[in-house]
Design a protein around this ligand. Structure first.
Ligand code: C5P
Length: 309
């Protein structure tokens, strides 16, 4: 990597959320992570991240979903910025995040902000990082970060950071049921370990039936293949989510699943009209805090504009 000149402008990047169509969790590894086999899909809930040259490192967060995002050195976007700056000897930036992705919701909002920050700084500092270099930096910041750079539909292995393409046809329609409060990802993995204590946990292997379903582009084929090994753990920590899952299915979802480590529930529906109907029914039912509609797959982190002052 070369050294970075400080450009005058501000760069804004839009980054999507993700759902895991399949999340198979293997045994815990020596480093504390779990071996995964997962299929990610990027969906059209977005954060917007703007980086601009500044006198000191800083981060600010706005939007209806901003509550609970750290605005100190724990912020993953700020960590990403400092991490990349150390590698290329760059000056401080201020990171502004507009949240459209639920916080601590199992949709990789923090990882998305880190991914967006890397893509924005690559542009601001004119680094021209190769894709594999960007993904390698991303992987050091979090297991989901490389996928949020890439977007689309992809398989993740290792701890989730090793990506391989998946052939997926069509556009899928999702209704996301947002919950009050968040769930801590490490706590959900720990609960998963507790629930499986003593059991023989096999190495995770992607399910051919899910891959076949994705090739058809038919949500009726995909729905029965949605799988999440963290679901029991999320429901154990948040028993109220079971009611949300059954309400969504009762109101016409083709399939429903805890998104990642939760507590967001992702419902797959049969097209955009069905999505509107389900969103209305879930809102009226009072069992959810809020709902969002989204489609997937969508692109990963993309530069929206680069203001040259
Ligand atoms: O990689 P990331 O920082 O996003 O992971 C957050 C936490 O989730 C980890 O500290 C770990 O507790 C848990 N995790 C895991 N196995 C994975 C991915 C995440 O145990 N493959």
């Amino acid at each position: 990597m070369t050294s970075a000149p400080t450009a005058p402008g501000a760069v804004t990047v839009r980054v999507p959320a993700k759902v895991n169509l399949e999340l198979l969790v293997g045994p815990v590894r020596d480093d504390g992570y779990h071996d995964l086999s997962t299929v990610y899909q990027a969906v059209s809930l977005y954060d917007e991240v703007t980086v601009a040259p500044a006198d000191a490192w800083g981060v600010s967060v706005s939007g209806a979903l901003a509550d609970g995002v750290p605005t100190d050195g724990d912020n993953l976007a700020l960590r990403a910025a400092r991490f990349l700056a150390r590698r290329c000897d760059a000056d401080p930036v201020h990171v502004s995040i507009r949240k459209g992705i639920p916080v601590a919701g199992g949709m990789a909002g923090g990882s998305a902000d880190a991914a967006a920050t890397l893509v924005a700084l690559d542009q601001l500092w004119e680094l021209d990082l190769e894709r594999d270099e960007l993904e390698s930096v991303a992987a050091q910041l979090g297991s989901d970060v490389p996928f949020l750079v890439a977007g689309g539909t992809a398989m993740g292995s290792g701890r989730g950071e090793l990506l391989a393409p998946v052939l997926a046809r069509g556009t899928y329609h999702w209704v996301l049921a947002l919950a009050d409060g968040g769930l801590s990802t490490p706590a959900v993995y720990a609960e998963c370990d507790r629930l499986r204590a003593g059991a023989d946990v096999p190495a995770p292997v992607a399910t051919p039936a899910l891959m076949a379903a994705l090739r058809t582009g038919d949500p009726h084929e995909l729905a029965p293949q949605l799988t999440n090994d963290l679901q029991d753990a999320a429901l154990s920590l948040r028993p109220d989510l079971a009611e949300v899952l059954s309400a969504g299915m009762e109101y016409g979802a083709l399939g429903g699943i805890v998104s990642g480590s939760g507590p967001t529930i992702a419902f797959l529906v049969d097209g955009s009209e069905a999505g509107i109907d389900l969103a209305v029914a879930l809102t009226a039912s009072g069992v959810v805090r809020d709902v969002r509609r989204a489609t997937g797959p969508v692109h990963g982190a993309q530069v929206l504009h680069h203001r040259v002052d």
